[in-house]
Unconditional design. Sequence first.
Length: 404
Amino acid sequence: MKRLLTLSLILILSSSVLYSQSRELRRANRQLGREVLDEAKEHLEAAKEHESVFSDPEFWMLKAQLHLAIAVSEKPEYRKLSDNPIGVADEALQKVQEFDENNVFYLEIQQAMLLLSELVFNEGVDYYNQEQWIKAADNFFRAYEINLFFDAVDTTTLYNAALSAELGRDLERAKGWYLDLKELRYDQPFIYSSLANISMTLGDTLQATEYIQFGREVYPEDLDLIFTEANIHIFTGDIEQAEAILNIAIERDPDNPSLYFAFGANYDKMAQDTTYTDEERLFAFNEAVKAYEKAIELNPDYFDAVYNLGVLYFNRGIRIFEEAEERLRETHDFRQYEEDEKMFRDAWLEAQPYLEQSMEMIDDDDPNLRIVVISLVELYARTNQPDKLEEIRPLYERFYGTEE
């Protein structure tokens, strides 16, 4: 008898708790309907005093609806009710699906998911525009997942996720999503150049070649894929094959400065390669100069071409200097060294206007500024220009500090 009485008390207490919980949820729902979001939130917070609410799909549905309303509200006081309304709504909707075993809230879930998909995507666009690549990738991929709830495979949104991840250097996720797009036959040649570039970065040139060859089969006329294939050959040292591919690209798009830049980089690498004869390296140097100059002619603001041309001349001076030093040690012929000195100094002075121009082309917070400053400091030191060194000292000290 005593045991039954105890059980009866428990049942009475439980029903009281459920009633209190249900009352707070009804009030929250009523205030949501009136769009009084602050009071709706207060009632939901009050309902959380009862542990059973956390397995109640109605609670999670109201929480999702509340935070979606906060996310789209035009009232500043309501927007302040949550730091992350879209993320909270997303988590709440997942909880509804977990606990709504009888599909009581099926229609409400669908309506909320449609709105959530749009909000998550738009937030991804905002992050992308702010160059917060990883957050953009997360949002785009979540929007893609939400669309799968409606059996919709939104390949464009998945592509946005992959591109954002690649820009954010999250290469493994980017590669996985690009491969998904490849399987889905997404009509975008860029995915193959991205797969190739990512594979190159990860050190797999064989796989990079396979991706680009597959892309070229699907999009034989795409210049970006041709350009990427040439870069792979440049990287692996197959200069002749790179040249042949770049010639094809230039025939198709003769006014594209990027192609001439790639040509310049191709010959630039050959000019630095000691496995070639002196005659071949001199030929490559002259061809690199012409290619870089053509790229600059087509696009005077082409920083990479201007800087690379300066470095090309500077490196030529270094090479002449090193050969002259070695010859002097062997022959002690100071007269010959004086002639050599004029040659390597002239090469460095030819580099100077291009390196100085490249520094003028970039902003003070540009990540390329450091390498340009270092190049100029070395040039001014080697050509004995103390005034120029003093002028650039503040920038140099920004990166390396002052000497004690």
